[in-house]
Design a protein around this ligand. Structure first.
Ligand code: SF4
Ligand code: SF4
Length: 438
């Protein structure tokens, strides 16, 4: 058993609501709104115009940059608008709106069948870039950029993150159970692409069926299956690397600076789908859960489907929703506009009634230190929140490691004074934007 990391919390996971529900494919909605920027890096530039007819998998936006991600039509139909639309990644993004023709037809030649073992590393890089892959764990980092780190960064280890520690969410878990063979292929392709011999897939021990499936599927390969002690936020990159390799990311650096590439398990499947079948990232699995959704589901949705359409497909509300969250309860964001599109980095929708939402009033810090014990990074969350309250943002940055906060919410989870510590920290970060990590 691997050693755990310091701090962290054990929130009730609510995963059993959807863990055994097989993924259902949501039919193409009437229209999709596909932002050209769903990723870190240069936004795509539309290569279609209003009135064009497009097919599923067809390129609709691209950019001539290394740090970018191409964008493809997720349904077949007609381009009816190209304009700024509200988005969950940035407040607004240029988006391509496609009205469905109800046919759901693939672009010519898709899907195809390729023997990935005959492809060169350069060809794999090209294919992954052309397929518009971004990390499906929520960081929105272009996958093609990670896969080209190999030699120049001395990458020696690939870590596949299958911990999915966020409560309620099972989108990764369903991929692990339903696409196990594709995880194996994706891992092999990623290892070849990076030129690494070491690969570990880390799964929390609250998913014994996934661990057993991987142990069987990876038998005879160079990939190690690691069963990890369940603790939130295990899936955070820093914790994951610390637990599996006992390496720490220095301040202001990335995982690639310490020889590691981390990929979410869903991203690994997306690599296999792109390289073998030529299928770009046009859909993803999300979990729709919570006490106020009529039919909790794991759904495969076309990118650009609105949150509203996905909720309607799950039968709408079973009781009045108090809060609807993009993601899970620990790191997700409350949504005020359900017309915004589900993009590549969205893992779930949480629909909560007033019974499931805390209504506790915030009170002053009593200096109990619980947040300090819970912080996996070793910060002093109480001080960060107090400094933010008093607009001492520079001090929070200089003396208290503000930018090292991964916004995991463990501190707020344990705080008896119900202080909104993460909101304070996010606010201070926004005031220190000039110091943000490059
Ligand atoms: S200070 Fe940041 S990293 Fe530490 S527990 Fe709070 S949210 Fe997580
Ligand atoms: S847990 Fe809350 S009350 Fe206790 S020290 Fe931290 S911020 Fe203050």
């Amino acid at each position: 058993m691997y050693k755990s990391f310091r701090g962290g919390v054990h929130p009730k996971d609510f995963k059993s609501i959807t863990s055994d529900i097989p993924t259902e494919r949501m039919p193409a909605p009437q229209k999709v709104v596909i932002p050209v920027s769903q990723h870190i890096g240069t936004p795509g530039v539309p290569v279609v115009k209003i009135g064009d007819l497009v097919k599923k998998g067809q390129l609709i936006a691209s950019a001539d940059a290394s740090m970018t991600s191409f964008v493809h039509a997720s349904i077949s139909g007609k381009v009816i608008d190209i304009a700024e639309y509200p988005s969950s990644y940035k407040d607004k993004s240029l988006a391509i709106v496609i009205e469905s023709d109800g046919l759901d037809e693939w672009a010519e030649g898709l899907p195809l069948k390729r023997d990935w073992e005959k492809l060169s590393v350069a060809e794999i890089h090209e294919i992954v870039k052309a397929a518009g892959l971004v990390g499906l764990g929520g960081a929105n980092f272009p996958t093609s950029f990670k896969l080209t780190y190999g030699p120049e960064k001395n990458i020696d280890s690939l870590l596949i993150n299958a911990s999915e520690c966020e409560p309620y969410l099972n989108s990764d878990y369903r991929v692990m159970m339903e696409d196990t063979a594709r995880v194996v292929l994706g891992a092999k392709i990623a290892m070849k692409s990076l030129g690494v011999k070491k690969c570990i897939i880390g799964v929390e021990d609250n998913k014994p069926k996934a661990i057993a499936a991987f142990e069987e599927a990876f038998k005879g390969t160079d990939v190690e299956v690691a069963a990890l002690h369940t603790k939130y936020p295990q899936g955070a990159e820093r914790m994951f690397i610390k637990v599996l390799l006992n390496r720490e990311i220095p301040e202001g650096k990335r995982h690639s600076d310490i020889g590691v590439v981390g990929l979410n398990v869903g991203s690994v499947v997306a690599i296999a789908n792109a390289v073998i079948d030529g299928i770009p990232l046009i859909e993803r699995v999300i979990t729709v859960s919570g006490d106020a959704i009529a039919q909790p589901k794991n759904l495969r949705v076309p990118i650009g489907t609105s949150f509203k359409d996905a909720i309607a497909y799950c039968g709408g509300y079973s009781k009045t929703p108090e809060k609807i969250i993009n993601g899970g309860p620990m790191m997700g964001y409350a949504l005020s506009n359900l017309d915004i599109p589900i993009i590549k980095g969205v893992a779930g929708i949480l629909v909560l009634s007033k019974d499931a939402v805390s209504h506790d009033e915030e009170s002053p810090c009593i200096r109990c230190g619980r947040c300090v014990d819970a912080c996996p990074i070793g910060l002093i969350p109480s001080m960060l929140s107090i400094l933010s309250e008093h607009s001492r943002h520079e001090e929070a940055y200089k003396d208290y490691g503000l930018l090292n906060c991964i916004e995991c919410g463990s501190c707020a989870y344990v705080c008896p004074s119900k202080r909104r510590i993460v909101q304070y920290i996010r606010y201070s970060k926004s005031q220190n934007a000039g110091h943000a990590h490059k």
